[in-house]
Design a protein around this ligand. Structure first.
Ligand SMILES: NC(=O)c1ccc[n+]([C@@H]2O[C@H](COP(=O)([O-])OP(=O)(O)OC[C@H]3O[C@@H](n4cnc5c(N)ncnc54)[C@H](OP(=O)(O)O)[C@@H]3O)[C@@H](O)[C@H]2O)c1
Length: 321
């Protein structure tokens, strides 16, 4: 079968379309004919060898996908979207049966491939912040609000009645996220976001920050929270090691919480409770993956480059078959 292979660790130039042996499921897994794959920041890190647990190359790229369950060679099974650690960007893939979910009726494969990572991660960010129930009126600062996870967090925040503040490098991206329900866009190229939060909340701060930049931004995000606020850390997109002197947590009783979907995805009860909530919102037509651009699989290096340069809006999707 055809697959997008990471031939050695490096940038988008290490990706090659190659013929590889067919995927074979274990008893806990199901085989899926893949129609589309969702590109994640984690895919850039995996290609560079910077994602924890990545096997040595050559390996097939991709961690989320949408397609149809296969029985033998017949793609007659249900339409599914799924999550795996590697090997999603191929004509066929396998995933644990607990990490496959039915595609909402009328959704395209591209829309479905943009769902699992962004929406489960955003859901768990609110859950870690203690804001899933009775959180109306709480305030959250969402970094990279116009990205994949960011646009999912805005949709969930809108359902939960959260007052949202979001950062981006671009006015154009912020204007588009406002249409999804973001109330306060902050262009960090024009304005220091910690100052902006202070002004916009009359010095009070926010209840939680969704932090995925790393470097100085962990400590700076702690400065943005109010008493007992929580900073949810889930990435380091700047490539800089997160910096935090934990003594700054004392004054406000603030806390920092880690979030890693790869780890949480192995916790079946937790994933099921998240899916129960997400599927209710899906059934009510309240969640819509935001797709910035679709690339054919052959153009995967261009898709990776777009994400690497931080120029994407919402999700980048690869069309596979
Ligand atoms: N822990 C987990 O389980 C988990 C799961 C999913 C994602 N993540 C993390 O969440 C973050 C967002 O992931 P995503 O896939 O949704 O990506 P994304 O937000 O769609 O893309 C990254 C965005 O980050 C912003 N950015 C700021 N500084 C950047 C830099 N130095 N280089 C590149 N981008 C930069 C850019 O937006 P602006 O130009 O608008 O600032 C860019 O569009 C990543 O750090 C990722 O590793 C973690």
């Amino acid at each position: 079968m055809k697959a997008l292979v990471i031939t050695r660790f490096g940038g988008p130039e290490v990706l090659e379309l190659q013929q590889v042996p067919d995927a074979h499921p274990t008893p806990e897994q199901l085989l899926v004919k893949v129609e589309a794959g969702g590109l994640n920041f984690a895919d850039l890190l995996t290609a560079r060898g910077g994602y924890a647990g990545t096997p040595k190359p050559p390996l097939t790229a991709g961690r989320e996908f949408a397609g149809r369950e296969l029985t033998g060679n017949d793609a007659t099974g249900r339409r599914v979207m799924g999550y795996t650690q590697w090997a999603a960007f191929a004509e066929k893939t396998v995933a644990h049966r607990n990490l496959l979910w039915p595609i909402p009726e009328k959704w395209t494969a591209e829309q479905a491939a943009a769902f699992p990572v962004n929406f489960f991660t955003a859901y768990f960010a609110y859950w870690k912040a203690g804001l899933i129930d009775n959180a109306a009126g709480s305030r959250v600062l969402i970094h990279a609000v116009a990205g994949g996870v960011g646009t999912a967090a805005v949709q969930i925040g809108r359902i939960l009645g959260i007052e949202m503040y979001g950062t981006s490098s671009s006015e154009d991206k912020l204007a588009r996220v406002r249409e999804l329900g973001l109330q306060h866009g902050i262009n960090y190229k024009q304005r220091d976001y910690a100052e902006a939060i202070k002004d916009l909340t009359r010095g009070e701060g926010v209840d939680a920050v969704f932090e995925m930049l790393g470097g100085e931004h962990v400590a700076k995000s702690v400065k943005c929270v109010r008493d007992f606020g929580r900073v949810i850390v889930y990435g380091a997109a700047t490539g800089e090691t997160p910096q935090l002197d934990t003594r700054i947590l004392y004054a406000k009783g603030a806390s920092v919480h880690g979030l890693w979907l790869s780890y949480l995805s192995a916790n079946r009860p937790l994933m099921e409770s998240a899916w129960r909530r997400l599927s209710e919102w899906l059934a009510a037509g309240k969640l819509h993956p935001v797709i910035g651009k679709v690339f054919p699989l052959e153009e995967a290096p261009a898709a990776y480059t777009l994400m690497q340069e931080g120029k994407n809006y919402g999700k980048i999707v690869l069309k596979i078959s």
